[in-house]
Design a protein around this ligand. Structure first.
Ligand SMILES: *[C@@H]1O[C@H](CO)[C@@H](O)[C@H](O)[C@H]1NC(C)=O
Length: 133
């Protein structure tokens, strides 16, 4: 009897370990693929930004000077590459820029600063881009 109980306990224990390993594994796969885009308003005025991809809409966000906004998504591992396009406007100005282009941006934590002249990506090295329009 004691041996039977031990066997049942042992197999439940093994099942629990397998289950936990599986859950942690699945979770870390999603973590690896999740990308974050952070944009900080470096203007001296409020900045409104609106980012979208083909199927998602990150909605309109207005940032005060120095404020940041972040959104997350899962980059497409196969097939069509992820592309997030944004509009940026402040008093008297309206611009467009693609904030995430899968081929250009190999970042998982993509850090951007927004200036009047255009956005600058901070990692791995500071790289500034002009507005598209
Ligand atoms: C940007 O444009 C939107 C829509 O026209 C407007 O509501 C918003 O106030 C503008 N943002 C700034 C900071 O001027």
């Amino acid at each position: 009897m004691a041996i039977l109980v031990n066997k049942i306990m042992l197999s439940s224990f093994i099942l629990a370990i397998i289950f936990v390993t599986f859950m942690v594994g699945v979770e870390s796969i999603f973590e690896v693929y999740e990308a974050k885009v952070l944009m900080t308003n470096k203007l001296s005025t409020p900045l409104t930004l609106h980012c979208k991809d083909k199927t998602h809409d990150d909605h309109i966000n207005t940032l005060q000077p120095g404020e940041s906004h972040r959104f997350k998504f899962v980059p497409n591992p196969f097939g069509t590459a992820s592309l997030w396009f944004c509009s940026f406007n402040w008093t008297g100005a309206f611009h467009r820029f693609d904030i995430f282009v899968q081929k250009r941006d190999e970042c998982h934590d993509c850090n951007w600063e927004i200036y009047t002249t255009g956005p600058c990506k901070l990692d791995p090295l500071v790289k500034c881009y002009p507005w598209y329009s």
